[in-house]
Design a binder for this molecule. Sequence first.
Ligand code: SAH
Length: 253
Amino acid sequence: MKSPVRIGLVGALHQELAAVLARLPDERRQRVGGRDFWVGHWHGHEVVAVLSRIGKVAAATTATALIERFGVGRIVFTGVAGALGAGLRVGDVVVASGFVQHDMDASPLFPRHEVPLYGRARFDTDPALSAALADAARAVLAHADEMLGAQAVAEFGLRAPRVHQGLVASGDRFVATAAESAALRQALPDALAVEMEGAAVAQVCHDYGVPFAALRTFSDRADDAAHADFTRFIDQVASRYSAAVLEAYFSKL
Ligand code: SAH
């Protein structure tokens, strides 16, 4: 049975969106708020694909337009992130169980990280949608070597990539020093990843009651080497993962 709701697919990176569009047979472009929204079908399911743009405000605008103007009833986000947790490797994937804004701080009026007037710091993702996305990611990562090819596997030192699930921290900063990621680890000990958009989309989805799930491939360890080979990694690994995971997700829907 086809999904009864339109699904919003939000990518953080151009290469990712290109990989998604290559799989839609019939997409039409609609421009809203200076963004290109691509309306089409994936395995017969109605989808709207769009680039989030970078940072929380841009991502919130994108998510709001998807819901208000395109009527999506579900949002799936893909992108890359810096790994914070111990034992997480570049090439592993995290499916977010929830999001927090690491740069939200209205203390002493409200506890640090709490979003004022919401009474909470953490915005959870939809458990069923996240479970489906994690299943799709595990299926894809089990065959990562064949999909990416020996050269990419060697170049990025990928070894049996794994799927993790947990808290993701978002903020308007590319975290690229060991000192900054250590501070984040201390402030948010259970955060697995850091990126720049997810918590904004999670908050918008919370406001509208729209189920949300997000997958991020670790492109870096949010330390002093975080900028190295970023573009190549996205081309060679992350955008391929994202498209393959979405393909696996839609083929089972
Ligand atoms: N070169 C890119 C810009 C990347 S900005 C371009 O031109 O499009 C960083 C993107 O990667 C954001 O989407 C952010 O969510 C994610 N990201 C990856 N590693 C990160 C880190 N260490 N800190 C913060 N965001 C990170």
